[in-house]
Design a protein around this ligand. Structure first.
Ligand SMILES: Cc1ncc(C[n+]2csc(CCOP(=O)(O)OP(=O)(O)O)c2C)c(N)n1
Ligand SMILES: [Mg+2]
Length: 447
């Protein structure tokens, strides 16, 4: 008798199993088949039902939000110690969050005064950035969106490096070619921020795949993950979906950290999606997912430590973390958010909850911090930021020639022509190009 390979529970003599990456038919004796289960290749664990029920997401419970510490700095579950770090480390996280917040205020004002062209504040999201970065190793690789200054500061990006980027001076790693806030550091394994939303997400999946391959070839390489940050708005891009799917199917060690701050510029999250935030999408892609209170630095750190561990277990896998927060600031210096949200709402959030105040309250209860330390820390950070600010502002711009370099190993004949043309125009219109001397080497570098 020939074998039958019909795919179904009740009347088949064979069933389909997915073995490795190719679909093969394996004959299974009829009495071993479970007539209650479907063996369609597209949904391997689905059971038969005779009840017709459309699953309605509105009837499902929203995914819970994990936290360790409440808005008053109290530990909600006293049976556990939130401290997976020393007092000194926790104090350093606090200082790092303060640094970001003080720098934000100064740079926002600097733009208003016309001293920089653009800036993006991360108020309310310092805990997500600093807390998650505290769980990474220096070898882990980061992809950022733009509102994650805390990741950079936690990884050791100096204020000088920050200011050099913001002022596009000759010390900027990107040689002044990018707009402000496009930070990056090869030394710290942080890929440079890129403006087109969500492009970093598939890049992160690819990088994580490469790290996994690297270890397969050489198991002596230390295990590394990729941490990929993005906003809930970026998760509406096709790139987000492609990235999660490829990371899941190829078991890539990447932790996706979605900062859900409630807004994509003026579009509130209610208008952005109908589902349960971004976390619900992770399950759809077969990814271990958790939602965490982004104002609770302890919770964010613990989640990231666990996510990192899971991402590297066995054959590796991606993890999705949705960190909840509220974008306290305007989207950027080009935005006035009171055109689309009530000032009262923002004030209410600032008063009610904030990652910096929360940790401060906890530290004060523990006797680690007090008003004097707060004053001293704020004053000294402010001084450092202002010092680096005025130093970076005075440093020369990168050579004009840098505009044409680094695309190809050598400057192409076409780019040489453009360089010549630029020189001609600068010489022809000296009034319009009166600032050429601000660039290292002046016009000579175009020769
Ligand atoms: C492909 C693309 N579309 C649109 C924009 C313009 N844009 C810049 S930021 C932004 C909102 C992003 O929101 P979200 O991802 O939630 O990050 P958040 O600003 O809230 O941190 C938009 C629409 C862009 N940079 N790239
Ligand atoms: Mg957002």
């Amino acid at each position: 008798m020939g074998k039958r390979y019909v795919v179904n529970g009740a009347c088949t003599k064979g069933r389909i199993r997915l073995v490795s990456t190719c679909l093969i038919l394996i004959p299974v004796p009829v009495d071993q088949l479970n007539p209650c289960s479907v063996h369609f290749p597209g949904a391997l664990n689905s059971k038969f039902t005779s009840q017709m029920r459309f699953q309605n997401p509105a009837e499902e419970m929203a995914m819970p939000t994990y936290r360790i510490m409440d808005a008053d700095g109290n530990i909600v579950d006293n049976t556990r110690d939130p401290q997976s770090a020393s007092d000194a480390e926790i104090t350093q996280w606090y200082r790092n969050m303060l640094t970001v917040s003080i720098m934000d205020l100064i740079m926002f004002d600097a733009q208003r005064q016309g001293r920089t062209s653009f800036y993006m504040v991360s108020a309310g999201e310092e805990g997500i950035a600093v807390g998650s970065a505290s769980a990474l190793t220096p070898e882990d690789v980061c992809f950022l969106q733009y509102r994650e200054q805390g990741v950079l500061v936690q990884r050791g990006f100096t204020l000088k490096e920050m200011m050099s980027q913001l002022f596009a001076n000759k010390d900027d790693h990107g040689k002044g070619r990018n707009m402000p806030v496009h930070y990056g550091s090869g030394k710290l394994n942080v890929h440079t921020v890129s403006s087109p939303l969500a492009t970093q997400i598939p890049q992160a999946s690819g990088a994580a795949y490469a790290l996994k391959m690297q270890r397969l070839i050489n198991p002596n390489v230390p295990p590394r993950i990729v941490a990929c940050y993005f906003g809930e708005g970026a998760a509406s891009e096709g790139d987000f979906h492609a990235a999660l799917n490829i990371a899941a199917t190829k078991s890539c060690p990447v932790v996706f950290v979605c900062r859900n701050n409630g807004f994509a510029i003026s579009t509130s999250s209610i208008e952005q999606y109908k589902g349960d935030g971004i976390a619900s999408r992770g399950l759809g892609y077969g990814i271990d997912t958790i939602r965490v209170d982004g104002n609770d630095i302890f919770a964010v750190r613990e989640v990231m430590l666990e996510a990192r561990k899971r991402a590297l277990e066995g054959d590796c896998k991606p993890i999705l973390v949705e960190a909840m927060s509220y974008r306290v600031s305007h989207h950027s210096t080009s935005d006035d958010s009171f055109a689309y949200r009530a000032k009262r709402e923002v004030e209410e959030w600032k008063r009610r909850d904030n990652p910096i105040t929360r940790l401060r309250k906890w530290m004060e209860k523990k006797g680690l911090w007090d008003e004097d330390k707060e004053k001293e820390a704020r004053a000294s950070i402010r001084k450092q930021v202002l010092q680096e600010f005025s130093a970076a502002e005075k440093v020369k711009k990168p050579p004009l020639r840098a505009m044409f370099e680094d695309v190809y190993e050598e400057i192409t004949p076409e780019a040489q022509e453009q360089m010549k043309e630029l020189k001609r125009l600068i010489e022809k219109y000296p009034k319009e190009y009166s600032n050429v001397s601000q660039y290292e080497g002046g016009i000579k570098t175009l020769e």
